[in-house]
Design a protein around this ligand. Structure first.
Ligand code: FES
Ligand code: FES
Length: 157
């Protein structure tokens, strides 16, 4: 068991964990950031998605040691000064969830998409979100929410 220093949501934290432990477990069980979800544990559902240096990354397949050199952002790190991010707000406004289990992973993937593409087409959104599964089938509203977030971000730039 080693001491890892991770950059999580803008804060450097020291955590005692094996370097090979999945980042998902370090976030949830050791740092108590439980907004990141455990779905399949096999890279197939996207529920565990976080940002590593801005890129959507499956935290179930990424070791904590491998993430130690990156800036890690979880769903808890998206709001600033009590204000939700554009993507979070758009998901809320469009009611883009039912049970909400997939939602943080969806929001993290959408956040990564809108960082790279300011005005993604519907096809680009579908392609970028392809690895995120919603068992409740709220895909249509998720699509609208991401389009709305792109508009909000575009207006703010
Ligand atoms: S829990 Fe990581 S992709 Fe499903
Ligand atoms: S809202 Fe239930 S899994 Fe997506």
């Amino acid at each position: 068991m080693g001491n890892l220093v991770l950059d999580v949501n803008g804060t450097r934290v020291s955590v005692s964990a094996p370097a090979g432990e999945p980042l998902l477990w370090v976030l949830r069980n050791r740092l108590h950031l439980t907004g990141t979800r455990y779905g399949c544990g096999e890279g197939q559902c996207g529920a565990c998605t976080v940002l590593l240096d801005g890129r959507a990354t499956r935290s179930c397949l990424t070791s904590a040691g491998a993430a130690a050199h990156s800036k890690i952002v979880t769903i808890e790190g998206l709001e600033h000064d009590g204000k939700l991010s554009a993507v979070q707000q758009a998901f809320l406004d469009e009611g883009a969830f039912q049970c909400g289990y997939c939602t943080s992973g969806m929001i993290m993937s959408a956040t990564a998409l809108l960082r790279d593409a300011r005005k993604p087409s519907e096809r680009e959104i579908v392609a970028a979100m392809n690895g995120n599964v919603c068992r409740c089938g709220t895909y249509a509203r998720i699509l609208v929410a991401i389009q709305r977030a792109a508009q909000i971000q575009g207006a703010g730039r």
